[in-house]
Design a protein around this ligand. Structure first.
Ligand SMILES: [Zn+2]
Length: 328
């Protein structure tokens, strides 16, 4: 069990270069840099065999956590088939992982926070240089008075007349050699997971996760008799999360707040005891924690012992690019 990585994130200071320096001084600075700072936590890569899930971003919205923001890539026999979220920084790791946009069957956006959706235009622009021609489904939550629906979000990005990235407008219409983004909102019942995608041997379910006032979804993927479940951002208060994660071979849950969190943080995120309760009641085979924040990094031992009160299975702390084979 890997559980101590957070200790690396001790808030070391990065030396600043204030004026031009000679080569020797640069070398000294370089050595000092190496001693005094922490490299990003890159994990093992996938094997290219069977079903695997890779954590492209294991952090939250803080850039000081030295991690990319939320994104998960599901590989089947070496092809990246499903992307769940595209948080800031994750598109670079999508490339580092060797994934290709043309292989994706679907992108799920759990919700439209920056740390879950900011890199969507980065992926789309990058794919201009690839060979994709078939449409790319992008499914995400419906909107409310505080957040746009996923269709509106994508339109605000790419609409040919009014979008921020209007120069990529062909990706809404599929014209001029571009493939079309097939964007769909998912207004779903809150009391049970609903099937939202079923093609190419991949069946996906979604459930409103309960993330304060933010329309947000949790996901369950069933592929070749194996089950992956993703909590997304959630307070953990929706009892149907247990159904979503039921007997999952891997359940990826977000460790964004410590146990004592109150107020807005607690309204948005689940503390370790709630993660343990859901994982235990759902009898998941393996629990992977991600979406760490500076308030949870460095507290891994405590987090694990709180989860252990309700869940006895394996617990893993994810780092960026860690890849987990999914097996019975
Ligand atoms: Zn988040």
């Amino acid at each position: 069990m890997k559980s101590e990585q957070g200790k690396e994130f001790g808030g070391h200071e990065i030396p600043r270069i204030r004026r031009p320096v000679c080569r020797q001084r640069l070398l000294l600075l370089f050595i000092f840099w190496g001693l005094g700072t922490v490299a990003p936590a890159y994990g093992a890569s996938c094997t290219g065999q069977g079903l695997e899930v890779q954590v492209l971003g294991s952090g939250g919205p803080e850039i000081q956590d030295k991690r990319a923001s939320s994104a998960y890539l599901v590989w089947v026999d070496g092809r990246a088939r499903v992307l769940i979220d595209a948080g800031s920084g994750s598109a670079n790791h999508f490339g580092d992982a060797g994934a290709q946009v043309e292989d994706l069957d679907i992108i799920f956006l759990t919700h439209l926070h920056v740390d879950h959706a900011a890199d969507l235009p980065v992926l789309v622009k990058s794919s201009f240089f690839g060979n994709r021609t078939r449409p790319l489904p992008v499914l995400g939550p419906a909107g409310n008075n505080l957040y746009p629906a996923t269709t509106e979000f994508v339109r605000l990005l790419f609409d040919r007349r009014s979008g921020a990235y209007r120069y990529l407008g062909d990706y809404l219409t599929g014209e001029n050699g571009a493939y079309a983004l097939q964007v769909k909102d998912l207004p779903l019942p809150e009391d049970r997971p609903t099937r939202v995608f079923d093609a190419g041997g991949i069946t996906a379910y979604a459930l409103p996760s309960g993330h304060g006032p933010v329309p947000s979804l949790a996901h369950r993927l069933e592929i070749g008799g194996l089950v992956l479940a993703f909590s997304g951002d959630t307070s953990g208060n929706n009892k149907a999360l247990v159904d979503l994660a039921r007997e999952a071979d891997i359940f990826i849950a977000h460790n964004a707040v410590p146990e004592e969190e109150e107020g807005v943080g607690r309204a948005l995120h689940m503390p370790p005891s709630v993660i343990g309760k859901i994982a235990g009641e759902a009898r998941v085979k393996k629990l992977v924690l991600a979406h760490f924040m500076n308030r949870t990094l460095g507290r891994e031992k405590e987090t694990v012992s709180l989860i252990r009160k309700n869940y006895g299975g394996p617990i893993v702390m994810a780092n960026d690019l860690d890849c987990y084979p999914v097996k019975k």
